[in-house]
Write a protein that binds this ligand. Structure first.
Ligand code: UGA
Length: 427
């Protein structure tokens, strides 16, 4: 099939490259000529494992990129909207980019002869596809939904860093279409993937995405709360959760307590669902607690640190890990951000190390020290906070000897070293 993909961020580029790998002919649309140029040269505008290989293989053959909606829509049968859905100042979803993309798409559909299908892949709150996107397309194109154009919502469940793998080997595919014709066309794109398709209406598909992320975030905040209670009792929460996770109704995944969840999805999506619930007159107390636990959790590391060092004013504190999780340079909502803020507010001098994310953190904290190794960050420090689950932190031990005081507060249950003053966050 001929597919166009609007937005060349991490979801759009991965979707485009994977559809090409599945044998479809893909046109990427982005308003940024720099990204368009990169894709046409086979270079991914973002880093994802396996993405460069796919783009190199397909660029100039069955993938090309353009800034021109009319060209892309005229030459494809179906368009995926994969643009960003940031939070507004109140944490609610900001649909500005989705609306702008829908308008451009609608105007291109209006100039095209024949039927076209529009699919929302961006994470949007329930009702958006049918009450926002479809009416904008209808108005901008002058065409009728269900007659001249089809529409649907097809959420993504891609982990950053593993997005190509997750696309090609999904646990589930959800197609929420406005009618059978749209459903058949969207579903046919996935014919070469071995996975049962869940067929729904668009609102249900939108809700499935939010519930998926909110449930995983809830598992983490739940594990953190249990971890905090276990810590007070001197019980190893990892042993507790290992046993609890053996219950097939619970599963062992996403039960790791620690400094909390970050990233561009969990915090934003839980807040957006809270916003939508409130708009409907419902107070989602459980979801609000999921966010509250996640905001307090990293700051408990500062309390643990201070309980050992006393006042932090003038003390050098090493922060190991700046990315929101391992194997990425993404710092969005990283739990290191509130921790560094608290350290600076208390007058500490922060030295930091991250294998990939230092440059991104410099935009938020230009004044802290960025080192090119863990040892350099640890040199002369009065304490160390481990914020990200990078593999290379697992082996750290003799390196802590360069500290003024080898005190380690571990936020990710990573460090196994006998010769230090070790404080686990929940264990
Ligand atoms: C998440 C979901 O896992 C994907 O399924 C979803 O498609 C994606 O959001 C999205 O909506 O686009 P991602 O943000 O890449 O993917 O991150 P995860 O690998 O899920 O990790 C999220 C955070 O939870 C990290 O900060 C991690 O450190 C933390 N975490 C994870 C824990 O604290 N404990 C755990 O047990 C697991």
């Amino acid at each position: 099939m001929k597919v166009s993909v609007i937005g060349s961020g991490y979801v759009g580029t991965v979707t485009a490259a994977c559809f090409a790998e599945l044998g479809h002919n893909v046109v990427c649309i982005d308003i940024d000529p720099g990204k368009v140029d990169m894709i046409n040269r086979g270079q991914p505008p973002i880093y994802e494992e396996g993405l460069e290989e796919l783009l190199k293989k397909h660029a100039g053959k069955n993938i090309r990129a353009t800034t021109d909606y009319d060209d892309a829509v005229a030459n494809t049968d179906i368009s995926f909207i994969c643009v960003g859905t940031p939070s507004d100042d109140n944490g609610n979803i900001d649909l500005g980019i989705v609306k702008a993309a829908s308008k451009s798409l609608g105007s291109a559909i209006g100039k095209k002869d024949g039927y076209h299908v529009v699919v929302v892949k961006s994470t949007v709150v329930p009702e958006t596809t049918e009450k926002v996107v479809v009416p904008i397309i209808e108005q901008a194109s002058g065409r009728k939904p269900g007659v001249d154009f089809g529409a649907g919502m097809n959420p993504e469940f891609l982990r950053e860093g593993k997005a190509v793998h997750d696309f090609m080997h999904p646990d589930k595919i959800v197609v929420g279409a406005i009618d059978q014709r749209s459903d058949d066309i969207i579903s046919a794109l996935y014919a070469n993937i071995k996975c049962q398709i869940t067929h729904t209406d668009p609102g249900t598909a939108e809700m499935i995405k939010y519930v998926n992320n909110s449930f995983l975030a809830t598992k983490i905040s739940f594990s953190n709360e249990i971890g905090n209670i276990c810590k007070k009792l001197g019980i190893d929460t990892y042993k507790v959760m290992e046993a609890v996770g053996k219950d097939s109704r619970i599963s062992p995944n996403f039960l790791n307590s620690g400094a909390g969840f970050g990233g561009s999805c969990f915090p934003k999506d839980v807040k957006a669902l809270i916003g939508k619930a409130k708009e409907l007159g419902y107070e989602p107390g459980l979801l609000e607690s999921v966010i509250n636990v996640n905001e307090v959790q990293p700051l408990m590391m500062i309390d643990l640190l201070e309980s050992r060092t006393g006042e932090l004013e003038g003390k050098r504190i090493a922060v190991l890990g700046l990315a929101f999780k391992n194997d990425t340079d993404d710092i969005r909502e990283s739990r290191a951000i509130p921790v560094i803020r608290a350290l600076l507010d208390k007058g500490a001098k922060v030295s930091s190390y991250d294998p990939m994310a230092a440059d991104n953190m410099k935009a938020i904290y230009p004044g802290i020290e960025y080192c090119d190794s863990a040892v350099k960050a640890l040199e002369g420090a009065n304490g160390c906070l481990v914020m990200t689950e990078w593999d290379e932190f697992k082996g750290l031990c003799s390196e802590f000897k360069v500290m003024h005081r080898p005190l380690v507060v571990d936020g990710r249950n990573m460090i196994r070293c006998e010769d230090i003053e070790y404080v686990g966050l929940c264990w």
